[in-house]
Design a binder for this molecule. Structure first.
Ligand SMILES: Cc1cc2nc3c(=O)[nH]c(=O)nc-3n(C[C@H](O)[C@H](O)[C@H](O)COP(=O)(O)O)c2cc1C
Length: 650
């Protein structure tokens, strides 16, 4: 640990990512980060992304969300070996500069809190009647105490019911406010694709999974306008606020008695709330904030929206000089959300105005529109597994003008890789991702490539997927560890609604599959591994589930026969096949950048492509015969152990 240590680009990227996983009202993510060279990160309020302009004109909840984001940032910093020092409202003249976090070198601290950041989510289902242990509630209260805040928790059913009822009223009041309703509707995402494209707002399948398909009908602008006079707001608030709260074993109110300005109370309150939410997550609890009862009193305390703010204070026995910060319920959800609420990327896109970039991409013009070129430039491409498959599109993409890569690969180049991978003798022994980063920079020094030399792991998959706009899955499947990483990758990509392009090379045949997890009906790897634990899947089982026999080319059938005979032949992998994946995947990414959809499976059989039609037919007929023979051999192999066992029994 040295005082001189600089903050690596990879660390900055992770810090900002984990910061943005904080909760925010309507998932509007009203924050912006400026990273300075002196290990200082400024966190600003992004006023364009504030919600509740009518109820909360000072953006107090926006401050709260930034407080929680700063807490996440601090937790992630400690995990990476940095001690954070936070200064709130560091510049009196700049009221939107809400926090400055300075980082000093320290020893990394792996206490599992990063896991709490990635597992925390708002749980909106009804909760089970199981009580929350007093010990856990006391620990949460202790977090508030330590910062001069107070956490009041109600566990008694009649007290909870009173809060539920007033939250129902507050929710209905909020929905009846014309402008507030408009903001909510602008941030509702009715289809998975809308969620994937905006990466903010409220995904309807997370809000109300049972009626997700009816979302547009139930919450559409016309429906709301038409049904409002008939008590529709009350009905919606009853099911979204009142009933869920009533089902919960505990409701809590965080408050503070302090003479600090409101901005500081909500910022610090947000940090305390963030810490409580992480601790609750680590303790296995579910949590949902209910903003409405506080929001209706934010602009004009004690008078707005009927007597709700007063009723809330009475329900929690709040002192007259205390400020309520956030109301939430705690318990054990009956349903946990399957997919995640998404976050926008925090790095801003650059324009293609500079000379170097214009020259680099000049010969793309005419085929690639300037809008698509800009999009490709800003796209973060996650290359997970940088060997024959993942490594192949990197150079092509860099030449096409892609400028942002996230390269994850634990392996180093070996001599036998040189027959197909873009490495030279000098690269043997080097980490593949590191070598590829260098290669990218020799083509375009302005390109940014971040390297994860641990590859895909359970600990980093949330970050890897969450910061990539499109993913190339080149994870090696010859070993169980790679297969585990691949399953983790696809499950996470499905949760975060990304597109994954996967390649499987078999001799002279390249099979490319495009998994578009932005689609509502999609499942990880088309459901081929549903219910299968990620760990411990053998290469053979993996391939059997991934491929139908008809996909297997002739060369591979001969290899399979040798395997059945007890041999262990090396798996052939060839340069043209690998390069073919690079060609297909990079073109697919270009199409995605221009907003086009893609075929789900692309199969290129190179020997078949170059053969004259007659030979192609003959080869195909031979392959079919070989497949039949292989099937017989497989059946024999299955019977053999049984016969051997029978012979052994006396
Ligand atoms: C101040 C504040 C108020 C919130 N109010 C509500 C609410 O009334 N109902 C709700 O379901 N979620 C509420 N949320 C949760 C956000 O919708 C949620 O944090 C956001 O959608 C991101 O999702 P996540 O928490 O699952 O990551 C609130 C969050 C904050 C910070």
């Amino acid at each position: 640990v040295t005082a001189e240590r600089a903050l690596a680009a990879e660390e900055i990227d992770q810090l900002l990512y984990y910061a943005t996983l904080a909760p925010s009202p309507h998932n509007a993510q009203g924050w912006a980060f400026d990273v300075h060279a002196d290990r200082r990160i400024d966190v600003r309020l992004d006023r364009r992304r504030q919600v509740l302009a009518e109820l909360d004109p000072q953006a107090k909840e926006g401050h709260l969300a930034i407080g929680a984001a700063v807490e996440n940032l601090c937790v992630a910093a400690r995990h990476l070996g940095w001690e954070p020092h936070v200064a709130w409202l560091p510049d009196g003249r700049d009221r939107d500069l809400l926090a400055r976090v300075e980082l000093a070198p320290a020893l990394p601290c792996d206490d599992g809190s990063l896991l709490a950041i990635t597992s925390r989510a708002t749980h909106r289902s009804h909760y089970r009647p199981k009580p929350v242990e007093a010990r856990v509630l006391a620990a949460l209260g202790g977090i508030a105490d330590a910062e001069g805040f107070e956490l009041t928790v109600l566990t008694e059913p009649t007290a909870i019911s009173r809060v539920a009822q007033l939250a129902g009223r507050a929710g209905a009041f909020k929905l009846a406010c014309h402008q507030t309703r408009g903001e909510l509707q602008d941030l509702l995402r009715f289809s998975s694709r809308e969620t994937a494209e905006s990466r903010d707002g409220l995904a309807f399948d997370l809000l109300a999974p049972r009626v997700a398909r009816l979302g547009r009908l139930l919450m559409g602008k016309t429906t709301l306008r038409a049904l409002m006079p008939f008590g529709y707001a009350r009905l919606l608030a009853h099911s979204a606020e009142e009933l869920p709260i009533r089902s919960s074993p505990a409701v809590a109110l965080l408050s503070v008695r302090s003479g600090d300005p409101a901005a500081l109370r909500f910022l610090r309150g947000g940090q305390v709330f963030g810490r409580i939410a992480l601790e609750a997550t680590a303790a296995g609890l579910s949590l949902q904030p209910h903003g409405a009862p506080i929001e209706v009193g934010l602009a004009r305390p004690f008078e707005h929206g009927a007597p709700i703010p007063g009723d809330l204070r009475a329900a929690f026995g709040l002192a007259a000089d205390a400020t309520p910060i956030i109301l939430f319920r705690l318990g054990y959800a009956t349903h946990t959300p399957e997919r995640r609420s998404l976050r926008r990327s925090v790095s801003s896109a650059r324009s293609s105005a500079d000379y170097f970039y214009r020259e680099l991409t000049r010969r793309n013009q005419g085929v690639v529109s300037s809008a698509t070129q800009d999009k490709l430039r800003g796209l973060r491409i996650g290359i997970f597994g940088c060997g024959s498959i993942g490594g192949a599109p990197v150079e092509i993409l860099a030449r096409m003008g892609a400028e942002s890569f996230l390269l994850a690969e634990p392996g180093t180049y070996e001599l036998n890789n040189l027959n197909r991978q873009a490495a030279t003798l000098a690269d043997v022994g080097r980490n593949k991702a590191e070598a590829l980063r260098e290669r990218i920079r020799t083509i375009n020094p302005g390109a940014r490539a971040l390297v994860e030399p641990r590859g895909v792991t359970a600990g980093n998959v949330h970050y890897l997927v969450g910061t990539s706009d499109v993913i190339v899955d080149g994870v090696d499947v010859t070993e169980a560890a790679g297969i585990e990483a691949k399953l983790l990758l696809h499950r996470e990509a499905w949760r975060q609604r990304r597109v994954v392009i996967l390649g499987l090379d078999m001799g002279g045949t390249q099979l490319v599959r495009v998994h578009d997890y932005r689609d509502d009906g999609s499942r990880p790897l088309d459901g081929r591994f549903e219910g299968v634990p990620a760990a411990g899947v053998s290469a053979q089982t993996f391939l059997m589930r991934m491929l139908s026999p008809i996909d297997v080319p002739a060369d591979m059938i001969r290899i399979a026969e040798r395997v059945l005979d007890g041999e262990t032949p090396p798996m052939p992998q060839l340069a043209p096949t690998a390069a073919q994946f690079g060609v297909v995947a990079s073109w697919a990414i270009l199409e995605l950048a221009s907003g086009k959809s893609l075929r789900r499976e692309i199969r290129i059989d190179l020997p078949g492509v170059v053969a004259p039609p007659a030979r192609r037919l003959r080869d195909e007929a031979r392959r079919m015969l070989a497949l039949v023979r292989l099937k017989l051999l497989l059946e024999n192999a299955r019977r053999r152990p049984r016969q051997r066992a029978l012979r052994r029994t006396p």
